[in-house]
Design a protein around this ligand. Structure first.
Ligand code: AMP
Length: 206
């Protein structure tokens, strides 16, 4: 089962992806984490992307697609993947479809965490104070949010047209969001087994 965890920065994608890893053994592929690891290691890639990330801009499609492909090759026996923070552009989504197809796989579902920009700004202020991530500073975060609306949100109709999109209330408690996501994934399993009609729908609350 391959799932895209979708939403703006700080919507809780990483937190929910980690829960699914713990509960279902799915492998979390976070391009943000991969890029931060490249920076920490001091690699050429890390140096190349540092300024772009700190500003709050997106790194090139080519770079993140290569990172994802590397991980798909390295973890061929994985029971499934949760894509966290990827894809972020239509180009990336098309590349993901193509690279999965070459491996006999596909995106099975996209879970959108619905959140309010103003709530995010409050959350991020707190995270900036606690963790000090440079790109969480108010100016960079504003750019990250703008980039989400301009470049990433256009993916919603792309996935909705494929019948793969489900929306979950990302402002609920972490456990409630996790329960809602679990219900979505369980319904998907049932849908596949019984060949039921498309099961994707809006699921709010627990
Ligand atoms: P994240 O932790 O997912 O919010 O990512 C942190 C930063 O890494 C982003 O603001 C971008 O600069 C970069 N990044 C992560 N994933 C992607 C992606 N799929 N496409 C382009 N840039 C990305």
């Amino acid at each position: 089962m391959n799932i895209v965890m979708f939403g703006p920065p700080a919507a809780g994608k990483g937190t929910q992806a980690k829960r699914l890893t713990a509960e279902r053994g799915l492998i979390q592929l976070s391009t943000g984490d991969m890029l931060r690891a490249a920076r920490t290691s001091g690699s050429e890639l890390g140096k190349k992307v540092a300024g772009i990330m700190d500003r709050g801009d997106l790194v090139s499609d080519e770079i993140v697609i290569a990172l994802i492909e590397e991980q798909l090759d390295a973890q061929k026996d994985a029971p499934g993947f949760i894509f966290d923070g990827f894809p972020r552009t239509v180009e990336q989504a098309k590349a993901l479809d193509a690279t999965l197809k070459r491996r006999g796989l596909e995106v099975d579902g996209v879970i959108r965490l619905c959140v309010d920009d103003n709530v995010l700004l409050g959350r991020i202020e707190k995270r900036f104070k606690e963790e000090g991530r440079k790109d969480d500073n108010p100016e960079s975060f504003k750019i990250r949010l703008e980039n989400y609306h301009k470049q990433t949100a256009p993916l919603l109709p792309f996935y909705a047209a494929q019948g793969k999109l489900t929306e979950v209330d990302g402002l609920a408690e972490i456990d409630t969001v996790a329960t809602a996501i679990s219900r979505v994934l369980d319904m998907q399993k049932t849908g596949i087994e019984t060949n039921a009609k498309p099961w994707w729908k809006k699921i709010f609350g627990g």
